[in-house]
Design a protein around this ligand. Structure first.
Ligand code: RET
Length: 286
């Protein structure tokens, strides 16, 4: 039977698993990097709980949103890791990990649905730290929510076609990108206005948040495009690209959720100090 007939809309990881299988290194690196991801989310969870009182009460909702993101990402990445180790089984004859039969196939779809929670939370979070000088809070919030949801749902549909129908894959990916550009536009506005009224040290962190935001959010479309990064119109069934996708997602997740949340905490600490809430010089501060 043809690979496409037996695997249909499955993502390209499964095709590699069935066509050539994975070497020990490719299989284990994937498993380890997924484990690293959920371990970091748990560490991040502790950081955001333990530092909540280092910022003035009005900024604490940002830490609470980080806690929500850490818990949902921890659960998702745990499931994702088990999905990987469950889908691929060791085959002693070929000395490779191959796609097993009888188990679920490997799928990234859970990630997309998890983003439905995390993307709005991450976008709202910054609105509780910075003060907008011109824009209206609720119109930015609604724009973030609308475009965030639309970007994810259109991408979710597209990723099912990454092997079977490149045209649909690129069309849905393109529609998703339009919403992504809208999010970038809104975020740039929030950063520019947010910087205006902030104390100098906080301004430095807000500037760093913009760089981090651009870098980390761009990695997600990069992971979407992974099977086509050989620049042909056929998806490449390469184990290096599979490992590359796991690594890209992990770097993106750690940067866009954990490091982003830490930078927001640091900015909020500086703003708190400027407003007279200085946790470093408080008794029983923690
Ligand atoms: C998709 C589809 C292809 C085009 C674009 C995409 C963008 C995805 C982004 C996701 C961000 C996710 C985050 C998750 C945190 O938990 C949907 C892959 C542009 C930007 C930050």
């Amino acid at each position: 039977m043809d690979l496409i007939d037996s695997l249909g809309n499955a993502t390209f990881e499964n095709y590699v698993g069935m066509e050539s299988g994975f070497t020990e290194m490719a299989y284990q690196m994937s498993a380890h990097v997924l484990t690293l991801g959920y371990a970091i989310m748990l560490a991040g969870l502790l950081y955001f709980v333990l530092t909540i009182k280092t910022v003035a009460p009005k900024y604490r909702i940002s830490s609470v949103l980080s806690v929500v993101v850490m818990i949902s990402a921890f659960l998702l990445l745990l499931v994702q890791q088990q999905n990987w180790t469950g889908a691929m089984v060791y085959d002693a004859d070929s000395a490779r990990y191959v796609l097993g039969s009888g188990n679920d196939l490997f799928n990234n779809g859970y990630r997309y649905l998890n983003w439905l929670i995390d993307v709005p939370m991450l976008l709202f979070q910054i609105l509780f730290v910075v003060t907008l000088t011109k824009s209206d809070f609720s119109s930015i919030r609604n724009g973030f929510w609308f475009s965030g949801t639309a970007m994810i749902l259109t991408g979710y549909v597209g990723q099912f076609y990454e092997v079977t129908n490149p045209t649909l894959f690129f069309v849905w990916g393109f529609i998703s990108t339009i919403f992504f550009v809208h999010i970038l536009y809104l975020m740039k506005k929030v950063i520019t206005e947010g910087k205006e009224g902030a104390p100098p040290k906080a301004q430095k962190y807000i500037g760093a948040i913009w760089t981090l935001f651009l870098f980390s959010w761009m990695l997600y479309p990069g992971a979407y495009l992974m099977p086509y990064l050989t620049f042909t119109l056929e998806p490449a069934f390469s184990e290096a690209l599979v490992v590359g996708r796991h690594i890209t997602y992990t770097v993106a997740d750690v940067s866009s959720k954990v490091i982003y949340g830490i930078l927001l905490t640091l900015a909020a600490q500086e703003m708190s100090k400027a407003e007279g809430y200085d946790y470093e010089n408080m008794e029983n501060a923690l």
